[in-house]
Design a protein around this ligand. Structure first.
Ligand code: GLN
Length: 537
């Protein structure tokens, strides 16, 4: 087995995750089985308890692990299926080490960062390597070189490389090469300094990936090569993408990053065939059609809070040869100005998942607008719950209908706490999480889109549709098109008398890929396209 470690220098938000994922794409297309892992140096056990302001989206895996959003890139860029082993935080490392200590496993020794913490990190790399059955493991070390909390991870990978022996490990360092306008120059000093920091720890990078706004010229490459001790061809340019993040694998291929890595790891493989990827890119860059989709949420100003939702919309576009313009609508603005002002003229409305009361009334009004104006609607998790509340209030006339999450004393609790949640008080990994089977009803739009009677979808919620209201909803035209196999939990609802009104309790956005859009997103964009056509004809 071969190992690639990706570190980052100078600043955060360099797109290390995308670089790691893109290397994964290239190696997979050269015929290797790859898996990707993320180290997060923070002390939270997982990001499940963090606010979107802190962390962006929490990405959920099949096994219910709540993970860093980079794992979303890994799954979208490759065919690997990740598990909780693929995301390691300092919190988890310390939790294990402290549990071991309490169980007396260290036999009277003083428990220390080196070797106990670093050994635990190395164990985790080995366990994943064994269990994944992959040929190559790409590990991204979160944070920036020089961070105090990242040191144990860097020490661990240095030791790991020594133990793995030459030809088995490649170090890739992603750094920033700023362009200073006043001087009209690209500057290499930050890169030199961050590589110096790595070398101080004992790691000499084999490849230096330079994130830059402008192309780096020969002179800059030579300078980095000379001062950072890498051959000039190992200085890889990764410019800001022009259209989409899915350009990155091709950029790295042009720079021969994968050839270099294969050389270092002594892998003799044919070049990656990226024709299918290029075709997918064409559909993103020059689509034949175009739609505008409103996403109504409360973290609209944040780039990363609805990452997978934005990606899945784009994938739905690819499947329909259609560009998707995302109009980000703040739910609280709808509360202030009414839905019409913000949603008028859009081809589709999507309400993503969420927690807490802020903005909920705005989301309810967005669902109402979509239902009444026959605008295609896709509701995800909270997006299904607000659609149910809206229907109860305005179609069934149940005044004050609500979810007990937001109104514990509502006279019409159409959304209630899941039974299994009633005893739970601890936070962190305690929601209904991960992949659960869903039985689809014959003849519904959902069954038609999936082309199947079963789906397996990822969840992250505590509340559910209240079955006491099922009959009334059905009489008024709601179709319960997806249920848990025991029939107890509502997973998917749709409206019969509507061009496309579909809402699910799960998160389909976590299973969508650029060249394999999730069926619900494919169907949603197709319906939006249809509406756009009708409006303009
Ligand atoms: N807050 C809702 C619940 O816990 C919805 C969760 C979500 O949208 N992920 O059920």
């Amino acid at each position: 087995m071969k190992f690639i470690f990706v570190t980052g220098g100078v600043i955060s938000s360099l797109g290390k995750g995308l670089t790691a994922a893109s290397l994964g794409t290239l190696l997979e297309n050269r015929g290797l089985k790859v898996t990707l892992q993320k180290f997060d140096p923070y002390l939270n056990v997982d990001p499940g308890t963090m606010s979107p302001f802190q962390h962006g989206e929490v990405y959920v895996l099949d096994d219910g692990a709540e993970t860093d959003l980079d794992l979303g890139h890994y799954e979208r860029f490759t065919s690997c299926k990740l598990t909780r082993l693929n995301n390691l935080t300092s919190g988890q490392v310390y939790q294990t080490v402290l549990n071991n200590e309490r169980q007396g496993k260290y036999l009277g020794k003083t428990v220390q960062v080196i070797p106990h913490v670093t050994d635990e990190i190395k164990n985790r790399i080995r366990t994943l390597a064994e269990q994944s059955g992959a040929d190559v493991l790409i590990t991204e070390v979160g944070g920036t070189t020089g961070d105090i909390e990242g040191l144990p991870f860097l020490e661990a990978i240095r030791e790991f490389a020594l133990e793995a022996g030459p030809g088995n490990v490649a170090f890739v360092h992603v750094t920033f090469v700023p362009f200073i306008k006043a001087a009209g120059e690209l500057k290499t000093k930050p890169t030199q300094q961050s590589v110096a920091k790595l070398r101080e720890i004992g790691i000499t990078p084999h490849l230096i990936v330079c994130r830059c706004e402008r192309a780096i010229n020969r002179e800059v490459r030579q300078k980095i090569s000379l001062f950072c001790n890498v051959p000039v061809e190992a200085v890889i340019e990764e410019q800001d993408v022009e259209h989409t993040i899915y350009e990155v694998p091709l950029m790295l291929q042009r720079e021969r990053a994968d050839d270099l890595i294969c050389g270092l790891l002594r892998l003799d493989l044919p070049p990656a065939d990226m024709r299918h990827w290029q075709e997918m890119l064409r559909k993103i860059i020059a689509p034949r059609h175009h739609v505008r989709i409103g996403v109504v949420g409360k973290y609209i100003g944040l780039q990363d809070a609805y990452k997978s939702v934005y990606e899945a919309l784009l994938h739905g576009g690819v499947a329909n040869d259609c560009g998707v313009e995302i109009v980000r609508v703040d739910a609280e603005q709808i509360e202030r100005d009414g839905a019409d002002k913000h949603l008028h003229g859009l081809d589709g409305v999507l309400v993503p998942g969420g927690f807490g009361e802020r903005g909920v009334e705005g989301k309810i009004r967005a669902a109402q607008f979509a239902r009444e104006h026959k605008v295609p609607y896709l509701g995800l998790c909270l997006g299904m719950q607000v659609a149910s509340i809206e229907f109860a209030r305005h179609v069934l006339g149940l005044e004050g209908a609500h979810s007990t999450e937001f109104a514990p004393d509502t006279p019409h609790p159409v959304i209630v706490l899941l039974d299994e949640q009633k005893k739970i008080t601890r936070k962190g990994g305690t929601m209904r999480l991960g992949a659960q089977p869903c039985q689809l009803k014959l003849g519904t739009r959902a069954a038609q889109l999936y082309g199947s009677f079963m789906a397996n979808e990822r969840h992250r919620h505590r509340y559910e549709f209240n079955n006491a209201y099922r009959a009334a909803f059905e009489r008024a035209g709601v179709v319960f098109s997806g249920l848990s196999p025991d029939g107890q939990l509502v997973e998917l609802i749709e409206l019969a008398e509507h061009p496309f009104f579909l809402a699910c309790q799960f998160h389909p956005e976590f299973l969508s890929k650029p060249h394999q859009a999730h069926p619900l997103f494919r169907g949603f964009i197709a319906a939006a396209l249809e509406r756009g056509r009708k409006q303009s004809s």
